[in-house]
Structure formats: structure tokens, C-alpha cells
Design a binder for this molecule. Structure first.
Ligand code: ZN
Ligand code: ZN
Length: 270
């Protein structure tokens, strides 16, 4: 089993060290872990960046690869917080550093960090969702330096609305967006953290994953988005069964940005 979305103390919002994450992964039978710490340029519209020293990060990963060799495989990934005005910065980073895997995520809209909630002030829920999918479409049109979309439909986690809108409210955005990433050879992650944030489903929801499958999408990674060690590999067996039920046969891992595919059936039997 593989966890392809894990934050260590190289992310300011994570409480675990790389070694904490590795030990938790080993306890849970994970054979490959991919660190995906945050780079979020201009996260708040005031030119403040969330970033880390990538060379220190790679050195730290090298250290643990050596220390835990033959026990677990460790990949060097990153989670980019995309916004349409930041394509050049992220393109530069993707070309400059040898990441194995890049998550393309949205954390800010209209230059406001979704986490703080101010983006949602006096904004009807459907408008918020629409802006999320429109900005994501702009990013996908102009940015190709990533492996999979991170936590697609994360907008439903925020805003304090009573319910998350059912898919029928924003379905018009989904198929064109999924078709585009399939045509470009990109994938989706199934991010299990939605269950921890009480949204009642994964990111993306299973109904979006069904559309992705029906359109011919095949590249899926599995990620816990763990920021603390107890959440590594959170709910992975259920997630794998869900994917199998939809008809997916493989989970992807990445080396040097190239996908490899692993039979879900074999992973479940293990
Ligand atoms: Zn994220
Ligand atoms: Zn994350």
C-alpha cells in the first residue's frame, strides 16, 4: 500500500517529523510513502509564501531512505497551491527540482486563503463552488507540471454552509475538467481526509470518481493528507474497495514524475 499525500514538519501546519510519518506508515503496512509538503506562493493575496528549502527537504528524505532502506520506499513529492496568477513560479520550481510527484491543489481563491473563511463572507454557496471550478479550469488550461489534482472538490470542506452541495449543482464543470486532465495524461488523487473533515465523503466524492472512470480516467493515487502521524493511511482499505467497486483496477505511484500501476485486487488481498 502507498500513501501519496503526507505532510511533515517542512509544512508549517503539520505536527509530525518525517520519521514520525515513516514509523506510522510502517505500523500500517505501507510499503511506499511520498512526502508532499506545502509550497503555497502568495497564499493570502499579500505576497506571503508558504515554502521550505527544497534542498534541505531532499537531504532529509535521502537520510531517511538510507536509514529505512529495505523497509520502506520514500518518494520526494510536493503539494503546489496553485492560483491562476502563479503559473510561472510553479513552472520554474517544477523544472528546477527533481520531484517524483507533484500534487496540483487549490488552497486560495481570489487571493484569499480558503482556510480563513473570509472568501466565503456573504457569498452564496453556489457562487463559491463555481469560482473554485472556474479557477481550477484556468489552472489546468495553463499548467502542466503536475502528476494529479489534489483533493478535487475541496471547496465543500469550507465556508460553514449547512450542507455540501450535491454534484447536480455543479456537474456542468466536472466532465469538461476531467476530460481535459485525462487528455493531458494527468490523474486524480483519492484524498481520504474528507471523512476527517466531516464532509461525509472523500475528495473527490465517489460520484465524481465514477464520472472520471466512465470518461476513461485511469491514473489515481491514494493520499491521506496526514498532518499528524495517526492519520497516515487513514481509511485506505475502504477507499481501495470503493475504487474497485467503481471499476478501477490500478493505483498509481510515481518515480521522476512517471506513473507505475499496481493492481488494487492484489493490494486488498495483502
Ligand atoms: Zn491541500
Ligand atoms: Zn495536503
Amino acid at each position: 500500500m502507498f500513501d501519496y499525500h503526507v505532510h511533515s514538519h517542512f509544512s508549517p501546519d503539520a505536527s509530525m517529523t518525517m520519521e514520525d510519518a515513516i514509523n506510522s506508515a510502517l505500523e500500517k503496512g505501507i510499503t511506499e510513502i511520498c512526502f508532499t509538503d506545502h509550497i503555497d506562493y502568495d497564499c493570502d493575496g499579500k505576497n506571503n509564501d508558504i515554502k521550505f528549502n527544497v534542498n534541505d527537504y531532499f537531504n532529509s528524505i535521502d537520510f531517511y531512505r538510507e536509514k529505512y532502506k529495505n523497509r520502506i520506499s520514500i518518494k520526494q513529492g510536493v503539494e503546489f497551491g496553485l492560483q491562476p496568477h502563479l503559473i510561472n513560479e510553479y513552472t520554474t520550481d517544477a523544472n528546477r527540482y527533481e520531484f517524483d510527484f507533484i500534487l496540483c491543489s487549490i488552497h486560495s481563491l481570489e487571493r484569499e486563503d480558503l482556510y480563513t473563511g473570509s472568501f466565503f463572507n456573504n457569498r452564496p454557496q453556489l457562487d463559491a463552488y463555481s469560482i473554485y471550478f472556474e479557477e481550477l479550469a484556468k489552472v489546468i488550461d495553463t499548467f502542466d507540471h503536475y502528476s494529479v489534482l489534489g483533493h478535487l472538490d475541496v471547496i465543500k470542506r469550507y465556508g460553514g454552509y449547512d450542507i455540501s452541495l450535491p454534484l447536480e449543482n455543479y456537474q456542468e464543470f466536472i466532465s469538461p475538467l476531467l476530460k481535459k486532465i485525462i487528455d493531458k495524461g494527468k490523474g486524480l488523487e483519492l484524498n481520504t481526509s474528507g471523512l476527517r473533515y466531516q464532509v461525509g465523503d472523500y475528495h473527490p466524492s465517489m460520484d465524481i470518481l465514477k464520472i472520471y472512470h466512465s470518461l476513461g480516467g485511469e491514473i489515481i493515487t491514494l493520499g491521506s493528507d496526514a498532518h499528524q502521524s495517526k492519520h497516515v493511511a487513514f481509511d485506505f482499505s475502504n477507499a481501495l474497495k470503493g475504487l474497485l467497486d467503481i471499476g478501477f483496477k490500478y493505483i498509481a505511484t510515481f518515480s521522476n514524475m512517471n506513473p507505475q500501476f499496481h493492481s488494487i485486487e492484489k493490494l486488498i488481498v495483502k
